[in-house]
Design a protein around this ligand. Structure first.
Ligand SMILES: C[S@@+](CC[C@H](N)C(=O)[O-])C[C@H]1O[C@@H](n2cnc3c(N)ncnc32)[C@H](O)[C@@H]1O
Length: 467
């Protein structure tokens, strides 16, 4: 009979090593070979697994997944197909990192080196995917993971362990999963503080919220009403053999995500990629032709462009990040729209010409806890105190922008957070400090992934300035 594994997360230090002087200790441990190029075939699953694992290991040291993947793609001169596979594996891995790391704690004799752990986590994410979702045969995954381990100096010595761990998982899968899933970390795939925060903020809905964040997001488009109707665009998709449905006034959801290059009319500005929940911002602002509008945290410009698709307004798109602001320019150009772009901080007034705005959109920086299905790395990168720190900055931004609004003007406050201190509590405190009148707006939209309601978790509060 198999011995039932006991649950011991690998947080304990490995068995005490003899004490070495610092100079000796460095010499004994080889430095990670981050610049090493493998001899793995460009189109092999082994290379994709290794690339994904390198990206996951970077996330574990604090790098956002898109940046980590960009580094890995460059390092391997990865072909488009390999990039797609590395990205897919890394995103899957992020969505079930809690389960995979708990399993590794049960299976590995001692805590593995970071890249070995990440490689095992990527392999386990593929092996434990539900059948309908499993992209590779499990024995292929094991074989290719061992090949990947063998091909890199930071993992080669652990090749035997990698093989043993994955084969044991295949043999004892049921018991191992049963044991692992008793841990909230493994069951929900979020750090414990995040689970506690969700439960405290949303005592009725926290489980549904956490589950929605573990799903893969849909690809939702916003049809540009200046270039055609939703009906006409749905017909164009049908002609191209792309299945889609309408989930909002301008929102079209594709049944299966595709790369932007394959979206009909994308390059010509017929559509943009935007979550259905985010498509509520522009209509809530109620912009009329000729108004002066400030989009205070604009990049990459999804909401800026939507405002301009709905009205001929004089829009100033401001963002603190000059590089991200370039993307606003690219999106405007693709859609045939124009705005004034300003790289500046929304909590400062030194860029303002003193002319009040009719409408202000404040889509402030936040923890992004409502969009984890799109950015599954966020949960592993954030720290418990981040919400408070970001809320302090966004309070300054809101108070500063308020003085730039004309009497009877409207300010729309938006976050993509689920944490009340960044959203509802912030809105209530802002209204009180500034004597702002609160108008009708959705408040907190919880993330939903159903057939009709399919959107991220966003927060909307609309204010009017008394004359
Ligand atoms: C949630 S994103 C905005 C998304 C955008 N509104 C859209 O719909 O595409 C927040 C933006 O705020 C910017 N940001 C962060 N701190 C800022 C600050 N102090 N002032 C202005 N922008 C800031 C970030 O660079 C980021 O682009």
């Amino acid at each position: 009979m198999n011995k039932r594994p006991t649950l011991s997360l690998k947080t304990a230090a490995p068995a005490a090593a003899p004490k070495l002087r610092a100079s000796h200790a460095r010499a004994l441990k080889p430095a990670p070979q981050s610049a090493f190029k493998t001899g793995l075939k460009a189109d092999s699953l082994a290379l994709s697994l290794l690339g994904a694992a390198q990206a996951v290991a970077q996330v574990r040291t604090g790098t956002a997944l898109p940046q980590a993947l960009a580094t890995v793609f460059a390092k391997h001169d990865a072909l488009p197909q390999a990039r797609g596979a590395m990205q897919d594996i890394a995103y899957r891995c992020m969505r079930q990192l809690g389960q995979s790391e708990t399993l590794i704690g049960l299976l590995a004799p001692k805590a593995p080196e970071p890249l070995v752990g990440a490689l095992l986590a990527c392999a386990l994410a593929l092996i434990t995917a539900p059948d309908a979702n499993a992209p590779y045969e499990e024995f292929t995954v094991v074989d290719q993971t061992v090949t990947a381990a063998d091909a890199h100096p930071d993992t080669a010595r652990a090749k035997g362990m990698v093989n043993a761990v994955l084969r044991r998982f295949l043999r004892e899968r049921r018991e191992l999963l049963e044991t692992a899933l008793q841990q909230p970390l493994a069951k929900w795939n979020y750090p414990q503080w995040w689970i506690d925060a969700a439960r405290a903020a949303w005592p009725q809905q926290w489980q549904q919220i956490l589950a929605a964040g573990d799903g893969a997001p849909p690809l939702t488009l916003r049809v540009n009403p200046r270039r055609g109707t939703v009906e006409a665009y749905l017909a164009r998709l049908a002609e191209a053999g792309i299945e889609a449905d309408r989930i909002g006034p301008w929102a079209v959801r594709l049944a299966k995500p595709v790369g932007v290059a394959l979206i009909p009319g994308f390059a010509d500005g017929l559509v943009s990629v935007q979550d259905a929940g985010a498509q509520l911002a522009a209509p809530l602002l109620d912009v009329a032709d000729g108004m002066r509008v400030l989009d205070a945290c604009a990049a990459p410009g999804g909401k800026t462009c939507h405002i301009l698709e709905l009205a001929d307004a004089a829009v100033t798109a401001l963002d603190a990040d000059a590089k991200r602001l370039q993307r606003v320019g690219e999106n405007l150009e693709r859609l045939g729209l124009a705005a004034t772009l300003l790289a500046a901080e929304a909590q400062s007034a030194d860029w303002w010409d003193g002319q009040p705005f009719d409408r202000i959109l404040a889509d402030v920086p936040c923890t992004a806890s409502g969009i984890v299905r799109r950015h599954p790395d966020i949960r592993w990168l954030r720290r418990k105190g981040d919400a408070l720190q970001l809320a302090t900055l966004s309070a300054k931004i809101l108070d500063n922008l308020w003085q730039m609004l004309r009497p009877n003007g409207k300010l729309l406050f938006v976050t993509c957070s689920l944490w009340p201190q960044e959203s509802e509590a912030q809105a209530a405190a802002f209204a009180l400090r500034n004597g702002a009148t609160r108008l009708d707006a959705p408040g907190q939209l919880l993330p939903a992934g159903g057939p009709e309601q399919d959107h991220d978790g966003l927060f909307y509060a609309l204010f009017e300035k008394n004359a």
